[in-house]
Design a protein around this ligand. Sequence first.
Ligand code: NAD
Length: 352
Amino acid sequence: MTKKICVLPGDGIGPEITAQAVRVLAALKLDFELETALLGGAAVDAAGDPYPEATRKLAEEADAVLLGAVGGPKWDTLPREQRPEKGLLGIREHLNLFANLRPAVLYPELANASTLKPEVVSGLDILIVRELTGDIYFGQPRGIEQRNGERFGFNTMRYTESEIRRIGRVAFAAAGKRNKKLCSVDKMNVLETTQLWRDVMNELAPEYPDVTLSHMLVDNAAMQLVRAPRQFDVLVTGNMFGDILSDEASMLTGSIGMLPSASLDINNKGLYEPSHGSAPDIAGRNAANPLATILSVAMLLRYTFNLEAEAQAVENAVKKVLAEGCRTGDIFEPGMKKVGTKEMGDAVLAVL
Ligand code: NAD
C-alpha cells in the first residue's frame, strides 16, 4: 500500500534542505506519496497560525513527517501563541511523540571538526534515546509562589512505570538494531523517580536477551561522554537528563549540519528533522548543509518503515560524498571541494 509522507519545509534554510531530502526520497523509487504543508513562520504568514488545521490534518493522516526547521527574527516579536516554535511544540504534542532519537555520529573524514582530540572521537557512533513528554518538564505542581515572605520556586519530577516501560522498549529495540549495548542513565542515588526508572529497565531486560543492559548515574555519564564516548552504543534517559546529554553528545561531532533526529509515537509513526534550526543568517544562499536532513530520511526509512537496506544506502552515500571531499561551508577545510546545498544533494544522488 502507498505510504504517505507529510513534508513540512518550514522557514529559513528549511525549504532548501528539505528539497534535497525529497530528491533523495524520490531517487529510491519507493511506493511513497509526498504532500507538502506549512508550519512555523511560513504558516503564520499564510494562515495566521503556526500549526494550521490543514497541516494538522495532513500530519495526522501521514505515516511519517519530514520537517526542515522553523523560526526566524521576522516572527520573534509576535505574541507567544503565534510564534513559529509553537507550531513545532504543537505537532509534537498532537502526534504524541514521546521518544526522541538523536544519533551522534562522527565521520572519520570530519574528525577535525570536533573540539575533542581526533583519537577520542573518530568513529564515534552513539544513539541517545530521550523521553520527550514526561518528567520534571511536564510534572505538576509547578510554579513560583510567595511563601513565608519570600518567593518559592518548585517543579515536580514524575514518571509512571508505563511511561518508563514505553521508552525503555523503544531503546531496547533500537539497541537490538545496532551494537546491542544499552546504557540507562539515572540519578537513583538521590531521586526516587529514577530508582523506579532503573527498576523498570531491569524488569524489561529479560524480554531482550540479545541486548546487554548497563546503568550509569547522570553525572558520570556527562563525564564519560567527553572522556571516552566510544564506550557507548545506545543511551536511554528521561526528558531533562536527555535534553542535556543529547546536546553534549551532538557537540562531540562539532558539526551541527550533520545531525538528524527522530521523534516517535507508540506505533513508530515519526517526525524526522535535522537537529539544527532554520539558520536565518545563511537562508536563501544555497549555503546550508542538507546532510542532516538527508540523514533524517535514512532514520525515517529505518524507524517508521523498517527499510534497513535503503536506510544504509542513504547513509553510505553520505559517507561516500564526504570521502570524495565534498564540503558545505560549515564543514569546509582547506584542500576540500566546497559545494552548495544543491550540489551536495547532486553528489548524494549521484552515489545513490
Ligand atoms: P541554528 O541551528 O539555526 O543556527 C546556529 C548556527 O549554525 C548558525 O550560524 C547557522 O548558520 C549554522 N547552521 C545551522 N544549520 C546549518 C546547516 N544545515 N548548514 C550550515 N550551517 C548551519 O540556531 P539559531 O541561530 O539559534 O536559531 C535560528 C532560528 O532557528 C531561531 O528562530 C530558532 O528559534 C530556530 N530553531 C528552530 C529549531 C527547529 O526548527 N527544530 C531548532 C533550533 C532553533
